[in-house]
Design a protein around this ligand. Structure first.
Ligand code: DGJ
Length: 791
């Protein structure tokens, strides 16, 4: 809820279920930030005024911006919004070059309006509300000497403890201005040092995360790749240096935007910590003619006083309820098989159909044809842009293939990469002016392709029509929307020289227009975003597509780390994860099939390997995996995800919203001989409920003991020999069985002691064989209480 409390100054209090955010207007007219943290009662204007800092003289050699109030120096204050030029030398929220070439702006209070609605933005996606619970405050500031208005919007989502902010600059004057920076949020925190956790990486190494303590100076993490990028995700956390999963203050930030972004955390001269986040200012310049306005993307903020776990749960709830939308918002997602790592570009109808038959046989629900189906596409050098099926590969076309796949009892989906064009394509030959490139200058290549100029409305229209034709040409239930290169030589042939600083932003707005049109026209298609894996994993994409392919890295160990990284800000229901071949194609690492499944099952499960090459045992195992996943899918896709230990051991729990059912994962990267006893500690359970804790007993393959078999075998067995394989087929030793009844409190606080791990001294069915990359799933089901049973 949002309240206006006017005493000597106008004041505003924004409350969520567990947090309070407060600011008021100084006598100078500037908006002074007062508080953001755990919920506090602020009953009246006097209570709000008591939170204001006390200033008598300007500190140090600061500058006084308003001579009638010499006690205030902007550099020393906590501000809601700061501009360049009036003495606040910290990273600003807004920077404008005026018609006279000066860069000084000064925004002070004009008005405020509180409503209960979330109006959509004009060109950008934003959070939305279906429950009628959202509160909206529009604070309008003005630079009187420049005839500029700055709207600062606050959207409060009480139930998930999130507050969103966005900004809009309106040129009310008679002369044009150049906007060089407009951030989406600013938070001036009292004191320092805070630690900052950012999520950085690269292709197949997305979402690594590190925290650094910032005692002084400015830490910037940003993307200049044209997309939100795997280099630095827009998600970041600012936290108490000693915060952990269950204790300590943490602020979480994210941005609803898919292009270049910027965030900085800065300790100013007077020890306060400023956080700003929004559009990347480097290379950005937007010409604002008289009467025009510019809208910045929406930023998301949340706070937790009890560590990262609570913060993540709040962000997850926000993404599920206020970002993801449409028919698939709450619908269970199908188990799919994707052709990429099975076939790469080498596809044909017969190959795909035999793969689809194998997929159907193990319980897959959706068959996805990846790259290679159109134009003259047999590698990445040709045909992007020419979205007509290759009849040599698909004699019956898309419609024919889709029908045959449907006849097998599977839904059909396909891959597209609409934003790109190969120079070797009919589209490029027909429309070289539709491509993002500097006419007459050499162009840097990325995966042999270039970006279409989505800032051009004609290109947007072309994509909407071309993709509509493709999506309606066959029974298509799913679309994987890829984007495989980053920006270079960014230049739009359709914009004049003085507007080239707008290209990146206009591209992203153009992309959103195309995505909005297509998702509206095809509401039942399940769209999955992708950009070389996680190169555009952000809340902007999730406003249109309910899920994103998280990484091209399908190695289970890497994936455990990557998915753990995403889990800080994104729920399992938006992460695509596949079981692939072993050795893995990205790392050449061998991992057990069970581990590959366990990791992928904590997200949206798919398979991406040639099922036809697998042994009968492996196929049986996959059939069992898929059946198990379907049984627990609701919990695994839409439950609350908790991280436990992480590092060499990954310990996860996913709990149903009513806390009656939960699944746990324990994965060890490298075996440790001095850790025979180990506990699994669950999270998120009902402490008072009694749970049955169990695993599904797995048979142990004798081959995992290598030449140790000769300590028992009556004849000598050469490891990896035919005889070794034959024995393995016949002798299936029982693995350990966990089965216990215990309280949620015990499972979470004490943890359940597991069977002893193999540690070189002996094996029987009481021993947990846990070599490198081994993992287990544990299931927890609440028992009906005695009182409930009586009823
Ligand atoms: C990159 C994607 O991330 C892969 O999954 C695959 O679709 C290829 N592109 C196809 O070119």
């Amino acid at each position: 809820m949002i309240r206006r409390l006017d005493g000597q100054r106008p004041g505003f209090v924004l409350d969520t279920a567990h947090t309070t955010y407060a600011f008021s207007i100084l006598p100078t007219g500037h908006a002074e930030h007062l508080y953001y943290g755990g919920r506090i009662p602020i009953r009246d204007a006097a209570a709000l005024a008591s939170l204001a800092e006390k200033h008598a003289f300007p500190a140090g050699n600061t500058v006084v911006c308003d001579p009638s109030h010499p006690e205030y120096a902007l550099e020393e204050l906590s501000l809601e919004v700061s501009a360049r030029g009036r003495g606040d030398v910290r990273d600003p929220f807004v920077e404008i070059v005026h018609a006279d070439g000066s860069r000084t702006s000064d925004f002070t209070f004009r008005s405020a309006e509180i409503t209960n609605e979330k109006p959509p933005f004009r060109a950008l996606p934003g959070s939305y509300d279906e429950s009628g619970a959202v509160w909206h405050l529009c604070l309008t500031l003005e630079d009187k000497s420049r005839a500029l208005a700055l709207e600062v919007h606050y959207y409060v989502y009480p139930e998930c403890d999130c507050i969103c902010r966005s900004a809009r600059l309106v040129n009310e004057g008679a002369e044009p201005v150049q906007l060089e920076r407009l951030m989406s949020t600013q938070l001036d925190l009292p004191g320092s040092p805070w630690a900052v956790k950012c999520f950085h990486g690269a292709w197949i190494s997305e979402m690594r995360h590190d925290s650094v303590v910032l005692p002084a100076g400015r830490l910037v993490f940003d993307s200049a790749a044209g997309s939100s990028s795997s280099r630095v995700n827009p998600l970041f956390l600012v936290h108490a240096p000693d915060a952990n999963e269950t204790s300590g203050e943490v602020y979480g930030f994210n941005l609803i935007y898919s292009g270049d972004h910027y965030a900085s955390v800065e300790v100013g001269a007077f020890g306060k910590t400023r956080v700003v986040s929004g559009l990347q200012p480097a290379g950005f310049r937007f010409l604002l003619a008289p009467g025009e306005s510019f809208e910045a993307p929406e930023a998301v903020m949340t706070w937790s006083g009890s560590g990262f776990a609570e913060l993540s749960l709040r962000l997850h709830r926000f993404v599920r309820e206020h970002i993801v939308r449409g028919a698939w918002k709450k619908k269970e997602r199908p188990v799919l098989l994707n052709s990429w790592e099975a076939c790469y570009f080498n596809i044909s109808e017969s190959r795909l159909l035999s793969l689809a038959r194998a997929a159907k046989d193990v319980g897959v629900e959706l068959f996805v044809m990846d790259d290679g189906w159109f134009g003259e596409r047999s590698d990445d050098s040709h045909s992007l842009g020419d979205w007509t099926e290759n009849r040599k590969k698909l004699p019956g076309g898309l419609a024919g293939l889709a029908k045959k796949v449907n006849d097998l009892g599977l839904r059909f989906g396909l891959w597209v990469e609409p934003e790109m064009v190969n120079v070797q394509s009919e589209l490029y030959r027909a429309h070289p002016d539709w491509v993002m490139q500097i006419p007459g200058k050499p162009h840097a290549e990325g995966r042999n392709q270039r970006l279409l100029d989505l800032s051009n409305p004609a290109v947007q229209d072309h994509l909407i029509e071309t993709m509509s034709r493709v999506f309606s040409s066959a029974a298509i239930s799913y679309v994987k929307w890829d984007c495989n290169r980053i920006f270079s030589d960014a230049y739009s042939p359709c914009l004049p020289a003085e507007r080239q600083g707008e290209v990146g932003y206009r591209y992203v707005c153009g992309l959103y227009r195309v995505m909005a049109a297509l998702t509206e026209r095809f509401p039942d298609i399940l769209f999955e975003g992708c950009a070389s894996g996680g190169n555009r994993f952000d809340l902007g994409i999730l406003c249109y597509f309910p899920q994103i392919w998280a990484s091209d890295n399908t190695d289970a160990v890497c994936r455990a780390r990557i998915q753990e990284g995403y889990s800080f800000g994104y729920p399992p229901s938006v992460l695509g994860a596949h079981v692939s071949a072993s050795p893995n194609h990205q790392t050449l690492r061998d991992t057990p099939l069970a581990t590959r499944f366990h990791v992928a099952s904590f997200a949206l499960l798919g398979y991406e390997c040639d099922l036809r090459d697998l042994s009968a045992d492996e196929k049986r195992e996959i059939r069992e995996q898929i059946a198990l996943y379907k049984k627990w899918r609701e919990v695994l896709q839409f439950g609350d995800f908790y991280r436990g230990r992480s590092g060499n051991v990954h310990e996860w729990t996913c709990v149903s919203p009513d806390r009656r059912r939960a699944v746990g994962l324990l994965l060890r990267e490298l075996a440790e001989t001095d850790r025979p006893s180990e506990r699994f500690r669950a999270r998120g359970l009902d402490p008072d409920a009694t749970y049955q804790f169990y695993n599904l007993m797995r048979r142990v393959d004798v081959r995992c003991f290598g030449s140790l078999i000769n300590t028992l075998a009556p004849i000598h067995v050469r490891p990896d020999s035919v005889m070794h394989d034959a024995i393995a087929r016949v002798v299936k030793m029982p693995g350990e069985t966990e089965n216990a009844l215990l309280s949620g409190g015990a499972l979470m606080d004490a943890g359940i002691p597991l069977h002893q791990a193999y540690c070189g001294t002996g094996f029987n069915e009481e021993v947990r064989v846990f070599p490198d990359f081994a993992s287990r799933l544990y299931f927890m089901e609440a028992q009906a209480s005695a009182s409930a049973k009586k009823k």
